[in-house]
Design a protein around this ligand. Structure first.
Ligand code: MTE
Ligand code: MO
Length: 521
């Protein structure tokens, strides 16, 4: 063994040193992100850029696989890729410490550039990543050097390529633990501070000038295991591209209305709240929802009709679209007509009696009955540009999704769950239940088929409005014990029947009949 080989760190050690130094980069940046805001954290920025770049089928697949856990899955995968990259850098550092330092520094610089490209960041926001890099690069060199044998050459363990615990492993373990504690602690603090702020963000919800009809108890069918008719805020699905939930102080918020208008308008939050408000029950649906999926929720919203403000600004001839923009750069293209006809298209500030939760767009979001969220439901809204489809394109239209997104008729079975077992009641019957929606048209009928039998008419819960979902139930008398298949389809109030033709979510929403298997005891 040559002296040079003897001085070289064992492979596992070098890889570990790389991972620990890389982890320290992230931990230090996360700590400083406490000062600069979550959006400046490198993982948040790089993940956000990744989401913006992926083709629609990947987003589709991620939601199909992970549902609303897609963000956790993304962070976990990023962590693995980061660990693999930094392990490789560490390995390189055995022979080429200079190159390893340059690569780790380069990785930090690339992340800093990505931080700078995010809509909500400005130049100072690169600080956390840069400082993290400045700590990580010398740390890597130091960890790699920890391995070298003592100058007098008497260190037999090192000479044989083993790692001596006190001189090497201890500093490594201490650094790793420090990175975990600092990084994890900063993340937790970031989260708890956000929670504290969320409470401080409460404001007086305006009393609506136009009230929504009370929801009758019969809107909910009497079937055990059905989702509630109104979806509680903390159970409402959340879909967006924001890895760090935007944090907006209503005092700093304003809405700019411009483009093809006679008179540009800018409203403060207070001015918005001074407008007459409307209350409406509206079911929101995500275009990424698969047949039978759960990316739909029903809430009572309070907000100012978009129509009121567009009238005040004066929409000019030739306009056919409003491009809404969020604080974090997301955009949606809504057909002008959907915002000026008589439906309840709102600049919503309240959801189910509470100020909008931050995850759902605090302080102001759009809610447009009848259109999928990606073309209408902009959260953290800051801007409305009156324009034309020919002149402007929205976030998802640039990524292969249809530029218009009317919601397709949908129905699903909620009870039983797939492959569940139902036990007949005292009268030897089982009860099935589910949900159907066709916003802006309303549900006229729901039909249910068991195995290859005839279609049966389901009983419908009370219809609250054409913009909300309708629950259905079906009592099946004398069910045969064994395995069965149930299939459901709906008919809207215009007489259109839900198509059997299967389509995947991209580019304009899934279609097909929901069907699942279950067992009767
Ligand atoms: N700013 C912003 N608003 C957004 C999105 C987004 O990514 N960013 N996603 C839209 C999509 S695709 C949907 S389905 C709805 C979901 O609203 P929710 O998360 O409140 O359920 O928000 C819409 N508004
Ligand atoms: Mo969506």
């Amino acid at each position: 063994m040559t002296a040079a080989q003897a001085r070289r760190a064992p492979r596992w050690w070098a890889a570990l040193a790389g991972v620990v130094a890389g982890g320290a980069l992230v931990a230090v940046a996360e700590l400083l992100a406490l000062l600069f805001g979550s959006a400046s954290a490198p993982f948040v920025a790089v993940g956000g850029a990744f989401i913006d770049l992926i083709p629609p089928w990947v987003k589709d697949l991620a939601i199909a696989l992970f549902g609303t856990w897609d963000k956790v899955a993304l962070f976990a995968s990023m962590g693995l890729v980061h660990a693999a990259l930094t392990a490789l850098i560490g390995l390189l550092g055995r022979r080429r410490p200079g190159l390893a330092a340059a690569l780790l520094g380069g990785l930090g610089l690339v992340a800093a550039v990505v931080v700078l490209t995010r809509a909500q960041n400005s130049i100072p926001d690169v600080m956390p990543t840069l400082v993290g890099t400045l700590v990580a690069v010398p740390l890597l060199g130091w960890l790699l050097r920890r391995q070298e044998p003592a100058a007098d050459g008497a260190d037999a363990a090192s000479a044989a390529g083993a790692v001596t615990p006190r001189r090497a492993l201890l500093p490594l373990a201490v650094t790793a633990a420090a990175a975990l504690v600092v990084g994890g602690g900063a993340r937790a603090l970031n989260a708890s501070r956000e929670a504290a702020r969320a409470v401080a963000e409460t404001f007086r919800i305006p009393t609506p000038a136009t009230r929504a009809a009370e929801i009758p108890a019969e809107a909910a069918v009497d079937v055990e295991g059905m989702p509630p008719y109104l979806t509680p805020n903390d159970e409402f699905y959340r879909i967006d591209t924001a890895l760090a939930v935007p944090r907006i102080d209503p005092a700093d918020w304003s809405l700019r209305i411009h483009g093809l208008v006679d008179q540009e308008l800018t409203l403060s939050f207070e001015e918005l709240l001074a407008e007459p408000a409307t209350e409406a029950h509206v079911t929101l649906t995500c275009v990424s929802n698969s047949v039978g999926g759960e990316l739909a929720g029903n809430a009572t919203w309070i907000g100012v009709p978009v129509r009121t403000l567009l009238e005040r600004a004066g929409v000019q001839d030739g306009a056919d679209m409003v491009l809404s923009r969020s604080h974090d750069g997301f955009t949606a293209s809504t057909p002008l007509e959907a915002l000026t006809d008589d439906r309840d298209s709102l600049l919503a500030v309240a959801m189910n009696g509470e100020p909008l939760p931050r995850e759902h767009g605090f302080p102001v979001r759009m809610v447009v009955p009848g259109l999928y969220g990606y073309v209408s439901a902009t959260k953290w809204l800051t801007e409305l540009k009156v324009t034309r489809f020919a002149d402007d394109r929205a976030y998802w239209s640039d990524r292969g999704w249809s530029e218009r997104g009317p919601i397709k008729i949908a129905s699903r079975v909620d009870v039983p769950r797939a492959f569940a077992t139902l036990t007949p009641d005292a009268e030897d019957a089982v009860v099935l239940g589910g949900t159907a929606w066709a916003q802006q048209r309303g549900i006229a009928a729901v039909q249910v088929r068991i195995d290859d039998g005839d279609w049966r008419e389901a009983e419908l819960g009370a219809e609250v409005s054409i913009d909300t979902w309708t629950q259905w139930s079906l009592r099946w008398e004398d069910p045969a014990p064994g395995d069965h298949t149930v299939t459901v389809r709906a008919v809207d109030r215009e007489g259109e029947q839900q198509t059997e033709e299967e389509a995947s979510p991209a580019p304009d929403g899934a279609s097909g009949w929901h069907s699942l298997q279950f067992t009767v005891e």
